[in-house]
Design a protein around this ligand. Structure first.
Ligand code: NCD
Length: 346
C-alpha cells in the first residue's frame, strides 16, 4: 500500500486535504526529497533538484531499457481539461516506457465535469485510484487548487496563461543537452509573451542561473506581464531588454524561443487576427543569426516558423519534443521516489 494511504492515517489519511508535501524546492540533495512533491510551477524545484533530474533524464536517454520496468504497478492519470498533443501524449508515453500504466481523459466533456462536478471532487476521486496526476486546466491556479485536494503528487501540465513547469523541464533539458550550460546565455523570447505560460515558466526558471540575459521580442499588446518583471526579473537581477523586431535581436542570441499567439486566451477575434502573424522566423532571418543559435518552440506552431527552417541544423524544436518525454520520465520517477533504474538487467 502506498504510504499516503496507510491505514494508521485512518479516513483522514485516505481522503485528507493537501497531504502532498508543500512545494518547497528547498532540498539540497538533488533527488530523494522530490518524492511526493506537487509540481505547480518551476520554483517548486531547486537548482540541485533540477540537476539531479536532468542527470537522470540523460541516463534514461542513454539506456532506456534499464528503466523500462521501474514503474511497474504504478498508475499515472492524465486529466486534460484543455486540448493537448505533446504534453498529454508525452506524459503517457513516459509512464508506459517506465513500465507503468495510464488512465484519464483528454477533454472535460468526457468526465463528470460535464455534469457539474467540482475540480476538488474530481481530484479527490482520481487520487484515490492512481499514484500521480498530470493535469491541464484553462484556469490559472487550478493546479494549485488540485494539489490541496490530492492525496498523490499533482503535476501542473498548464494552468491557463500562468505556468507550464514540465514544458520548462523539456526546454531546460534541451538547452543543457545542446549548449552544455545555462549560465551566460542570451535568450530571446519571441511572440506572445503575455499569455504564453511556457514563456512565464521558462523566464522564471532561467532567471535563477548566473549571467543569463533576456531579449523580450513582442508587440506592445503582447508584452510579458508586469508581475514577471516585478517578481522574477527585478529580484533576481537578471538583465533584460525589450525590442519589437526580431531582426534587431536575432544576431545576439544563443537561444531563440519562438511562441504561438495564444488564440484561446484572447477576448476578441479581431485582436487575434491583427497580432497572430507578428513574427515569422524564416530562412532570411536565420541568415542574420549566429551559427550556434538554438531555435526552440514549445509547439504547436501555427505560422511563427516557416517550414523551410526545419532543415536548418539550428532548429531544435523537434529534438525538444523528444527531450520532453525523457524529462517527464525522470520527473515521474523522482515524484514516485524511484531512485535508480532497477529494471531489466543486461
Ligand atoms: C504549449 C502550451 O500548451 O502552453 N504547448 C505545449 O504544451 N507544448 C504552447 C502552446 O500551446 O502554444
Amino acid at each position: 500500500m502506498n504510504e499516503r494511504n496507510a491505514p494508521s492515517r485512518g479516513l483522514a489519511g485516505l481522503f485528507g486535504r493537501g497531504r502532498g508535501r508543500a512545494s518547497g524546492g528547498n532540498a539540497d540533495d538533488g533527488s530523494a526529497m522530490l518524492k511526493g512533491r506537487h509540481i505547480i510551477e518551476p520554483g517548486n524545484l531547486s537548482l540541485p533538484e533540477l540537476d539531479g533530474l536532468f542527470d537522470l533524464a540523460e541516463s534514461i536517454v542513454k539506456d532506456p531499457a534499464r528503466y523500462s520496468e521501474v514503474c511497474r504497478g504504478k498508475i499515472l492519470a492524465t486529466l486534460f481539461f484543455e486540448p493537448s498533443t505533446r504534453t498529454r501524449l508525452s506524459f503517457e508515453a513516459a509512464m508506459l516506457r517506465l513500465g507503468g500504466s495510464t488512465l484519464g481523459f483528454a477533454e472535460p466533456g468526457a468526465s463528470s465535469t460535464a455534469k457539474g462536478e467540482s475540480l476538488a471532487d474530481t481530484i479527490r476521486t482520481v487520487s484515490s485510484y492512481v499514484d500521480v496526476i498530470a493535469m491541464r486546466n484553462p484556469k490559472e491556479g487550478a493546479a494549485h487548487l488540485a494539489s490541496q485536494y490530492s492525496s498523490v503528487p499533482v503535476i501542473n501540465a498548464g494552468d491557463g496563461g500562468h505556468h507550464h513547469p514540465t514544458q520548462t523541464l523539456t526546454d531546460l533539458l534541451t538547452i543543457r543537452s545542446i549548449k552544455g550550460r545555462f549560465d551566460g546565455l542570451t535568450v530571446g523570447l519571441c511572440g506572445d509573451l503575455k499569455f504564453g505560460r511556457t514563456v512565464h515558466s521558462l523566464a522564471k526558471a532561467m532567471s535563477r542561473y548566473p549571467n543569463v540575459r533576456f531579449v523580450l521580442i513582442s508587440p506592445p499588446e503582447l508584452e510579458i506581464p508586469d508581475y514577471i518583471i516585478a517578481k522574477v526579473f527585478k529580484p533576481s537581477g537578471v538583465q533584460y531588454t525589450q525590442v519589437r523586431r526580431l531582426e534587431e535581436a536575432i544576431g545576439d542570441l544563443d537561444i531563440l524561443y519562438m511562441t504561438r499567439v495564444q488564440k484561446e486566451r484572447f477576448f476578441n477575434e479581431q485582436d487575434y487576427v491583427r497580432l497572430k502573424d507578428s513574427y515569422i522566423l524564416d530562412a532570411e532571418k536565420m541568415r542574420l543569426a549566429r551559427p550556434d543559435l538554438c531555435v526552440l518552440h514549445p509547439l504547436p506552431r501555427v505560422n511563427e516558423i516557416a517550414p523551410e527552417v526545419d532543415a536548418d541544423p539550428r532548429a531544435a524544436y523537434f529534438a525538444q519534443v523528444r527531450y520532453g518525454m525523457f524529462a517527464r520520465m525522470a520527473l515521474i520517477m523522482k515524484l514516485l521516489g524511484i531512485v535508480e533504474g532497477g529494471g531489466k538487467k543486461g
